[in-house]
Design a protein. Structure first.
Length: 403
């Protein structure tokens, strides 16, 4: 018990270290300005740094309440690894690019950052699926996956540190390690995609657990499947946004969406494990399906109507905003009927019990206006309660009217 309490107390200092490292990395980011390492995403780097703090925050919260759950420690490790790699990259950019020769250790910073950044993210991605939601693998047969990930991470780190040639993030700088090995370079190149294969096994382990699960655990895993569906469904949206020039300040909108999706990962896992509003998963899925389809439908209607009206009215309006104004009013008028239609389709296809219950109540309300027989009304009411709420037993007590 004392060990568990001590471990729980360690969580928040680790979180504080992640925040401090990220803050220093952001300061160096501002100082470096346009001088960036190779494969940098520019302003998105700073946004990702802030969004990544969601991992150690959720991890510390899980560890504080469930010290035995390995997922909390994985999130803390992810946050610490990302914060460490980012501050090392920014320091390396300053030492090697912004102000060469003014501070030492720039090459070492770039080398260690390269060795840390990939395992801290990829290993957690694999193990979270395999260990979710209890922090343990579904059965002893899956222990090999945890060991395989550990060996793969060690191989990647060693292979990266010992690889000869130039640094990945600073191609003009050679590996400062005194004895680089060509064999280790090949090991590092193989280890990186192997973790991607491990992700497939992690998802399979989660699917196996879902088939065996019941009750609360099944709802917890449903949150993960919802998260996966949102992430995959966002791919075409991200692709479409990246082709536009929409920006919020100096940051493109697609970068902000990416950061939001990144933040969703620890939040969804935290909601599932800590069981905060866990039973709202059906409501969340329902609203996502309805408003996602509604946004796509109204967006397509708006774009189509603007293009059509501009084509028809261009000889008269001569480039005025009439087409846009009419299209906006049209879409506003379509909002309620389209939403009702989509809600009905979603309920009928994915939430059949709710749809049938609503239809039963609607039909009962219609019959109630014309029903005069009290006995028939009581029988009808019991049938409605049985069909909609599905209780184990229904009894109707009626008070006789005083004469």
């Amino acid at each position: 018990m004392a060990v568990r309490v001590g471990a729980a107390r360690l969580a928040w200092p680790v979180w504080g270290l992640c925040v401090a490292l990220t803050a220093v990395a952001l300061v160096l980011f501002v100082i470096n300005g346009d001088v960036r390492p190779a494969d940098s995403y520019g302003s998105l780097d700073a946004v990702i740094d802030v969004a990544s703090l969601g991992f150690p925050t959720v991890g510390a919260t899980i560890v504080a309440r469930q010290p035995d759950n390995a997922i909390g420690w994985l999130f803390l490790a992810t946050g610490l690894g990302n914060a460490l790699s980012q501050i090392l990259l920014e320091y390396g950019a300053y030492a090697l690019l912004r102000a060469p020769g003014t501070v030492p250790g720039g090459a070492w910073a770039g080398l260690v950052a390269d060795a840390v950044i990939w395992p801290s993210v990829a290993a957690t991605s694999v193990l979270v699926f395999a260990l979710f939601p209890t922090g343990h693998v579904p059965s002893r047969r899956w222990r090999w996956l945890v060991w395989a990930v550990a060996v793969d991470v060690a191989a990647y780190v060693i292979g990266t540190l010992l690889a000869p040639g130039e640094l990945h993030y600073f191609p003009t700088v050679s590996n400062p390690f005194p004895a680089p090995s060509a064999v280790m370079s090949a090991v590092g190149d193989v280890a990186a995609p192997t973790l991607g294969i491990g992700l497939i096994f992690g998802v399979v382990a989660l699917a196996v657990r879902f088939r065996r699960s019941r009750g609360v655990e099944r709802l917890q895993i449903s949150w993960m499947f919802y998260l996966a569906a949102v992430l995959f469904g966002s791919i075409p949206i991200m692709t479409a946004l990246s082709s536009t020039n929409l920006q919020v300040g100096d940051i493109p909108v697609d970068e902000l969406v990416f950061a939001g999706l990144l933040l969703m990962i620890p939040l969804a896992v935290g909601v599932a494990i800590l069981r905060y509003r866990l039973y709202d998963i059906d409501v969340v899925i329902n609203r996502t399906l309805v408003y996602g389809a509604l946004s796509v439908t109204l967006g397509a209607a708006y774009v189509g109507s603007v293009l059509l009206l501009q084509l028809v009215l261009s000889p008269v309006t001569q480039g005025s905003g009439l087409a846009v104004a009419v299209s906006t009013l049209l879409v506003a008028g379509l909002f309620r009927p389209v939403r009702s239609r989509i809600q009905g389709l979603v309920d009928r296809r994915f939430f059949r019990r709710r749809y049938d219950a609503a239809r039963t109540l609607e039909a009962f309300g219609t019959r109630l206006r014309d029903q005069l027989d009290l006995d028939a009304l009581g029988t009808d009411l019991q049938a409605v309660v049985r069909d909609t709420m599905q209780p184990a037993h229904v009894t109707l007590w009626l008070r006789k009217a005083d004469r």
